[in-house]
Every structure is written in structure tokens, then in C-alpha cells.
Design a protein around this ligand. Structure first.
Ligand code: MAN
Length: 354
């Protein structure tokens, strides 16, 4: 696979983004939703910020308070046996309980605009910010699907009651309308197809089942983008391969002559995140036609291997111009990068099911 990583990579780093308050620091500008609007590429950054801590033994967790519309700052002692601080992203419960109690940062979305995909201007203020009790730990990993004149922005909504997928929409990237949670916890990595197929909207989603099943990709349909049903299991993990432990949709499905091309992420149990592709039937996206045996992009460059959470390439969107796929992607849960790939080369690299 010929992958052309931009020479300026990483394109946007935390240092390029001003914190939204002076007692905070930006630790991530990554996993951005991508679309085009008024001849510009919109890079809807997931900005992760944390309160500056002077004391190494205290971890401060920012929590949105829907009653006051302010952030509360929780202070945790790293020697507290109730918690495990080894994952830089989360504060885990110790013992049998499992799962995370708090996050070490709070994410929201900020707009970066670019005419050429290389140079950016970043808005001064947040565009989408936590606003209700299902978003108290933040909002993450936005994807943007344009349908007619409306941009649907959907993302992980994180709170103590779970991680689900919520949606807002905008027509002008100034005002937003809230649509609430469209996939209940635990669910992430929703990707809404950009047009109806046989009269129905389709979405990929990634539940995390507990008593049976794995974090794998499902597909659902809807007539109004808000209520999703007729769920089907679409794509499973593959033992010993790059997508053996977790997976989820990445970019908005790309319509090609051969089918719907979905660029998705897969990870191994040691948290190495790669991007690969799956091709779905044009007239029935619940049917898988072909899939990547090898990743189309894997963490190799230093900015992909090292960072806040290293060995991660994670795309939430691409811009397609003819045969060129400009895949924007988050690197190491820290910054944004872009790589160009050939659409036909991706299609030719897939292993077709018999
Ligand atoms: C995982 C990671 C974190 C994220 C939480 C909540 O632990 O992806 O970065 O904040 O989930 O979504």
C-alpha cells in the first residue's frame, strides 16, 4: 500500500490549541470529524483538556455539572487503593468491579478550518461542549455525515452511567440542534451512511456486549436518523490479526462502484490501533463483500508511535477527491495527521469473500 503521509505531520498538535480556561492545559487535539463546508475542510477536533496540577500525587478529574453549567474538579490521591492510575486516559476501579470511575481529561469539540488540508485556523472557542447529564465526563470522537443541507454530528457521550452515542446537527457550523442519545451504552463508533439505501438510512455501530459477544461492528437501519432498529451483526474480530481485540467504524462510508467502502479501526489486546477497510454491498450494506487482511495504515511514524497513548492511528473521517483518499487521523491520542491513499489501491488490496 502506498501511503503518503504529509510532510507537516502532525498537522495539529495540542500546542496549537489554546485551552478554554487559563487553569487548564490542552493534552489532545485528535480523532477529529471531517467534512467540507463552503470550500473549506472542517476538522472538528476532539480537544482534551485537564486542570493543571502542581502536585504529582494528585490527579484532577474535570467533571461537567449540568446543574451549574460549570466544571467541578475532583481531586484524587494516586495512593488511594480504590483506584488504579496506570492507564493515562482513565482512573480505573480496582478489584472485581472493573471499568473506569473517572477520566483524566474532559473532551469537547473545536473547529479547525483549512482550504488546502495543510494549513489550519482553529476557532478560539469550543463548538460543541458537554451540555447534559449523559456528557458529564465529556464528548469524544465526532463523525460528521452531510445529508442534504444538514450536517449530523454524532459522538461518544461519556458519563458515570455509561458511554453511548449522541447526536447534534448544524447547517452553518454556528448554531446546533440537540437530538439526544441515539445509541444507548455501551456503544461507540457510529457511522451514518451519507444517503438512503433502498429507502432506509443505515448506520454502523459498535456495542460492547458483556455476557456474550465482543466489541464488534453492527449495522442498523432507520427512517428518521433518530430511531434505529433491525440491528444485525456485521463484522467480527479476527484472532491473531491486527483487528483481534477491538474494532469500530472510522470514516463515513465512501460510495464506490464496487460498494460502500468503510475505513475502520482495529486493535490488538496490547492496544495497537491500525486502520483497515471493509467493502459492503451497495444495495444491501448488511452484506460484507471484502476486507483488509493487512492494515492500510499502521502506527509507524514517531508521532504515531509515541504520545499520550502511543501506537494509535484512529481516523474519524476522510475527504475523497477522485482516486485520492485524504485520510485525516488522530495519532497517539495526541495530535492530528493526514495521509493520502489511492481508493483503487485500497479496493484492490481487499480479500474478497467467496
Ligand atoms: C476509553 C478510551 C478513552 C476514553 C474512554 C471513554 O477508555 O478511549 O480515551 O476517554 O474510553 O470513552
Amino acid at each position: 500500500m502506498n501511503v503518503y503521509r504529509y510532510e507537516e505531520n502532525p498537522l495539529i498538535t495540542p500546542m496549537d490549541v489554546k485551552p478554554h480556561r487559563s487553569d487548564f492545559e490542552v493534552i489532545g487535539a485528535f480523532n477529529a470529524g471531517i467534512t467540507t463546508f463552503n470550500d473549506e475542510i472542517i476538522i472538528l477536533l476532539r480537544v482534551a483538556e485537564r486542570p493543571i496540577s502542581e502536585n504529582r500525587n494528585i490527579v484532577k478529574s474535570p467533571i461537567y455539572n449540568p446543574k451549574t453549567n460549570e466544571l467541578d474538579i475532583l481531586e484524587l490521591d494516586i495512593n488511594d487503593p480504590a483506584y488504579d492510575f496506570s492507564d493515562p486516559r482513565t482512573i480505573q476501579h480496582t478489584g472485581e468491579r472493573g471499568g473506569f470511575a473517572y477520566l483524566t481529561s474532559l473532551s469537547y469539540f473545536r473547529i479547525a478550518r483549512s482550504k488546502d488540508g495543510h494549513n489550519f485556523t482553529i476557532d478560539e472557542r469550543p463548538f460543541v461542549y458537554p451540555s447534559n447529564e449523559l456528557e458529564t465526563f465529556g464528548i469524544e470522537d465526532p463523525r460528521i455525515t452531510k445529508i442534504d443541507d444538514t450536517y449530523y454530528i454524532y459522538f461518544s457521550a461519556v458519563s458515570p452511567v455509561g458511554v453511548g452515542e449522541s447526536m447534534v446537527s448544524t447547517k452553518d457550523f454556528v448554531t446546533i440542534e440537540h437530538h439526544g442519545m441515539i445509541f444507548a451504552p455501551e456503544n461507540k463508533d457510529v457511522l451514518i451512511f451519507p444517503e438512503k439505501v433502498n429507502g432506509k438510512y443505515y448506520a454502523l455501530h459498535r456495542p460492547v456486549p458483556k455476557s456474550a459477544g465482543e466489541p464488534e461492528i453492527w449495522i442498523a437501519e432507520s427512517t428518521n436518523l433518530l430511531h434505529w432498529g433491525n440491528h444485525k451483526h456485521l463484522l467480527g474480530l479476527r484472532e491473531g490479526m491486527w483487528d483481534s481485540a477491538r474494532m469500530g467504524g472510522g470514516a463515513v462510508p465512501i460510495k464506490t462502484e464496487k460498494g460502500w467502502l468503510e475505513l475502520y479501526h482495529g486493535a490488538t489486546s496490547d492496544h495497537r490501533y491500525c486502520m483497515g477497510a471493509v467493502l459492503l454491498d451497495l444495495n444491501d450494506p448488511t452484506k460484507v463483500i471484502a476486507r483488509s487482511d493487512q492494515p492500510i495504515l499502521e502506527p509507524e511514524a514517531d508521532y504515531e508511535v509515541e504520545g499520550f497513548f502511543g501506537n494509535v492511528v484512529f481516523s474519524c473521517g476522510a475527504v475523497v477527491e477522485g482516486d485520492v483518499v485524504k485520510m485525516f487521523y488522530g495519532v497517539a491520542d495526541t495530535s492530528m495527521a493526514c495521509a493520502e491513499l489511492s481508493l483503487n489501491e485500497i479496493l484492490a488490496s481487499l480479500t474478497y469473500s467467496k
